[in-house]
Design a binder for this molecule. Structure first.
Ligand SMILES: [Zn+2]
Length: 63
């Protein structure tokens, strides 16, 4: 298998590289690139909705 992120060949099962790339990536890229990107997306999503919902409250203490 070939990693769609770093382009290296790897053995065993690949990981879904989405949303970073389409295809399979190696464990290394999964841990270093894909997982952080997913977490980042979740946070970005939260931040966005937080701003929309609690625009009046700038302290960020309310949910
Ligand atoms: Zn890789």
């Amino acid at each position: 298998m070939k990693c769609v992120i770093c382009g290296r060949k790897f053995s065993g099962y690949g990981n879904n590289a989405g949303p970073v790339a389409k295809g399979e990536c190696c464990d290394d890229c999964n841990l270093k690139v894909v997982v952080p990107a997913r977490i980042g997306m979740i946070y970005a999503d939260r931040e966005r909705s937080k701003k929309n919902v609690t625009r009046k409250n700038s302290t960020g203490t309310c949910r």
